[in-house]
Design a protein around this ligand. Structure first.
Ligand code: SF4
Length: 713
């Protein structure tokens, strides 16, 4: 056993003492394992039928709708879970975290071995999970829902990038980085790397050079030109504050071929002071966690498996979700919406997030940060045309999500070219319908979205020139029935909301584009109150939270992955204080169409309903094949304590037939709940505040907020 003997013994003694009936079954030598499983099944079945009929009906599928789920009690979840364990005992699963090795779920047989003192390879985290399950079953652990004031106290622990103290230390960072940039530009001025745009006049003194750099700081191209591309440089720009272990991992990452790319602006958001001198020691942890790579990522790089297989596109062949696509520029999972990836600079981003799914493509050399090579090629206009034909002739598509990389990385002229093509396509599709019989008409376009993280990485990119193009597009689009123009961004921390990013969001809203947010729920972002605070600060600047996404991926993203039970806990215990009363739902419906007044709209509901934020987002995960879902049950446990979850696809939205037939997908989490809690502890969190996490063994995708009514989910 790879665990501390005494801890194991005392945990096992506690389990046996607390559960005498189960223990007696486990220790009964007259029963082999199969007889034991049957005996336990009858035991739990009897209790469920008698004392938990709702849980029994949910477990058997007799009544498994949303209302039934929300009627389940804390103990009921434990009964469903133990029955699911019994039903799947001995089942094997391919574990993407172990390069496709097969793992077997046998928590009952392993627990029996432990009780009997027989040799078995289990991790302490396995025993902890079993202990908590049994305590939930026997009623020893009850659910303690935190009060609203407790949640607000948690929220207050996390500062925002708009707080004066944060603005002040970031200003100092900016000044320090500008000095480095002056040095760098001076050095380059005299060599082959000299920029035609960013060069100092002969004889410019340091004070004037600094003033010049300060002006350039407001230009997006300046930040891209002087983006930092090596670990040594990142450390220099962070005032040599990066610890030795992180430097070593980053160095190894570079050697393995993982790009490093960070704008001076983004680096100015990181607190470089010693932890002991900070007002909030771990305030920027969520930003650091995607700036710096993990040992797991370095180890797995080269062997990363694609998480979302429907993103693997072979022209002419159906993808994982059953759609035949013309090129790699279009990705599609659902009937009514498709993603369009232009062959422009939009394939790049303003930074590289450690959790990015495109690590899969970086390892294959398909992507890079060579911005010059990403300029559109001659064939691009043909590809754009072909892609638009696909959208125009498809019977279901009514929603286009333009991403990349990052849609706003495209130059303004490239983006305009794409938007013009979309407008023409939507207009043509509408016109085509005029000569069709009503029953033969194709879905017409109603929504255009742009996916971008630039308000976080490079808010300077949201220029007056860009918003002028966006505004004109919105006005033209409205004429042909496209009523929703939306910027979909990716804030994961209130610390990413800076004065500059708030200004960028304001410009987008003024151009009539609503701004929605998709958070990535990393370990740092999953701390108590962190996401609730983010929702509040986003609402302050006029952004509507849309999704809170669990980190995708296998072992390469283990460091960042916050377990699914934490997502459910956040949904139930923190987000719930922002639930909008039913009587305001009809008011919410009009918000998206009136983006310039979004701040006032949001505020009107927050003050009327006395909620700190509008809980308009859904906690969910994007799953291979089945797409977004949070409807799952825990059906097994690996010997190292990782939970095995079975997800159903979201029945409330249309899917292709392939997905409807697939039905469900099994995911093995990349780490145990205990592992996750240890990580939180290292960030200064108290695991006791997360105690109920153990009991969240099932989930249900929430209903979509009415604010997004009419939007594809
Ligand atoms: S912004 Fe999105 S696409 Fe770009 S690096 Fe981050 S996760 Fe990847």
């Amino acid at each position: 056993m790879d665990i501390h003997h005494e801890t194991v013994s005392s945990l096992l003694q506690a389990i046996q003492a607390e559960n005498p009936v189960i223990s007696s079954y486990m220790l009964d030598d007259s029963m082999d394992n199969h007889a034991l499983f049957d005996c336990l099944r009858s035991h739990y079945q009897e209790i469920m039928k008698r004392d938990f009929p709702t849980a029994w009906a949910y477990y058997t599928g007799e009544d498994r709708n949303e209302a039934a789920f929300f009627r389940l009690t804390w103990r009921a979840f434990a009964f469903i879970r133990i029955m699911d364990y019994l039903d799947h005992e001995g089942s094997s699963y391919v574990d993407g975290n172990l390069q496709g090795q097969t793992v077997v779920s046998n928590p009952i047989a392993l627990t029996r071995k432990l009780f009997r003192g027989e040799p078995c390879e289990v991790h302490l985290d396995f025993i902890l999970d079993v202990l908590h399950l049994l305590r939930q079953l026997n009623g020893k652990e009850i659910q303690d829902i935190p009060s609203r004031s407790q949640v607000i106290e948690w929220m207050d622990r996390h500062p925002s990038g708009l707080d004066p103290e944060v603005v002040a230390w970031r200003e100092k960072n900016k000044r320090r980085i500008m000095v480095l940039l002056v040095e760098r530009i001076r050095k380059e001025n005299s060599g082959a790397k000299a920029s035609a745009t960013y060069r100092f006049k002969e004889g410019l003194d340091d004070a004037d050079a600094l003033r010049q750099v300060e002006k350039w700081w407001n230009e997006d191209r300046f930040h891209l030109r002087y983006a930092v591309r090596s670990t040594a440089e990142v450390n220099r720009y962070l005032d040599s504050s990066v610890d030795a272990q992180t430097l070593r991992i980053m160095g190894d990452a570079e050697e393995r071929g993982i790009p490093v790319f960070a704008t001076p602006y983004f680096l100015s958001l990181i607190d470089t002071r010693p932890v002991s001198e900070r007002e909030h020691p771990f305030a920027d942890e969520a930003l650091r966690s995607y700036l710096f790579y993990s040992q797991d990522l370095v180890d797995e790089f080269g062997n990363i498996n694609a998480w979302e297989k429907e993103d693997v596109v072979e022209p002419g062949k159906p993808n994982e979700a059953g759609w035949i696509l013309p090129s790699h520029n279009i990705h599609r999972r659902y009937p009514n919406v498709a993603i369009f990836i232009p062959d422009t600079m939009g394939r790049a981003c303003g930074g590289l997030c450690a959790y990015c799914q495109r690590m899969y493509d970086f390892q294959n050399g398909r992507f890079n940060f060579d911005l010059d090579k990403l300029r559109p090629k001659k064939t691009w206009s043909e590809i754009l045309h072909e892609s638009m034909v696909y959208f125009r002739t498809d019977p279901f598509l009514e929603d286009i999500l333009i991403t990349g990389g990052d849609a706003l990385m495209s130059s303004v002229s490239s983006l305009k070219q794409v938007l013009d093509a979309v407008l023409k396509m939507a207009r043509d599709k509408k016109r085509d319908n005029e000569v069709r019989l009503p029953e033969e008409r194709l879905a017409e376009f109603r929504r255009v979205r742009l996916g971008t993280k630039l308000p976080i990485y490079l808010p300077q990119r949201v220029t007056k020139e860009l918003v002028a193009v966006l505004e004109q597009f919105r006005l033209d689009a409205k004429e042909i029935g496209i009523s929703q123009c939306i910027i979909q961004t990716h804030f994961s921390s209130a610390m990413e909301v800076s004065v500059d990013s708030a200004k960028a969001v304001r410009r987008l809203l003024d151009a009539g584009w609503a701004v929605t947010n998709q958070e990535v729920f990393t370990v740092a972002a999953s701390r108590r109150g962190h996401t609730a605070k983010l929702r509040q600060v986003l609402n302050d600047i006029g952004v509507l939270p849309y999704y809170t996404f669990t980190v995708k991926g296998f072992k390469e993203n283990r460091e960042l992955f916050a377990n699914n039970p934490r997502s459910m806990q956040e949904q139930n215990e923190e987000k719930s204080i922002g639930r909008v009363d039913y009587r305001y739902h009809s008011t919410l419906r009009s918000f998206i169409a009136d983006a310039p007044n979004m701040v006032e709209h949001i505020e009107s509901i927050r003050s009327a309903d006395e909620v700190p934020f509008l809980a308009t987002d859904r906690n969910t995960i994007n799953l291979p094949g089945v797409g977004k879902s949070n409807t799952y049950r825990t059906i097994g446990l690996t010997s190292d304590g990782r939970r095995i979850l079975e997800f159903e696809f979201d029945h409330t939205r249309p899917h292709s037939l392939v997905i409807e037939k697939m039905g469900s997908v099994v995911i093995i989490e990349s780490k145990s709940v205990a592992h996750y809690l240890r990580q939180l502890q290292q960030m200064g969190e108290d695991p006791a505040e997360y105690a109920s996490i153990w009991g969240y063994s099932a989930g249900r995708l929430e209903a979509r907020s009415t604010v997004f009514e009419g939007m594809s989910k």
